[in-house]
Design a protein around this ligand. Sequence first.
Ligand code: BTN
Length: 259
Amino acid sequence: MGENSLSPASITSDLETQFIGHKVIYYPRLTSTMEVARREARLGAVEGTVVIAGEQTAGRGRLRRVWLSPEGSLALSIILYPGLVYLPSLIMLASLAVVRSIEAVTGLKSQVKWPNDVLVNGRKVCGILIESDVQAGTVAYAIIGIGVNVNLRLSDFPEVLPLATSLSEELGRDVSLLSLIRRLLVEIEGLYLTLLAGGSIYEEWRDNLVTLGRKVRVESGKIRYEGIAESVARDGSLLLRHSNGNLTKIVAGDVTLGD
Ligand code: BTN
């Protein structure tokens, strides 16, 4: 089996987790792992079930954007059933797990662009989408979707240049998708268990943000803010200092980095 051949068994075998990735649903090609994961969650899939695609034909990004996900990229969704209090932390958890895994498998340092893009050398290498269904204050399910540009030649995708990069382009060689997926599942579980045990992952996430101290423009819904990204609150929101001294707390948005 080649380095990039994936199968549920190759992912689950001897995986050092307690529950994440014990059930893997793999499709060589599908529309979006989010769609399949949502269907599985509604059918009561066991917690930690992972849906993985070799290629997505209708990958979804944040803010209704399309997410390019050809062969060579990592595309997975993980089903969790957390308590409501843990929901805001899933963004931190996912981006931190990606940063840790990229470094462990490739040696590359990456950083988080608030709220949850992962950049290598200033370019986006990973996008994260969290979807949840909350009913009467209870989380019916949460799905963490992670897409990483692993073995891609970005010049084949001029529409995402110059803002994106891939691990193979940064390294000058291909990366084992299998190793990255397995490491990611281990890191996600470790961080999730830390949260459930009452621990904090906020400090590590904050320390990995590339955004803080930078001049930024933030689009949040129809509103556009400008200012210095001063800090992040424990619930993950961004605190933006305006030139008139006022502070705005932004819960969700799209950041463009300035100086
Ligand atoms: C973004 O940066 O806009 C988020 C991109 C999220 C992409 C991942 S790939 C796996 C999962 N399935 C999808 O359709 N989207 C997420």
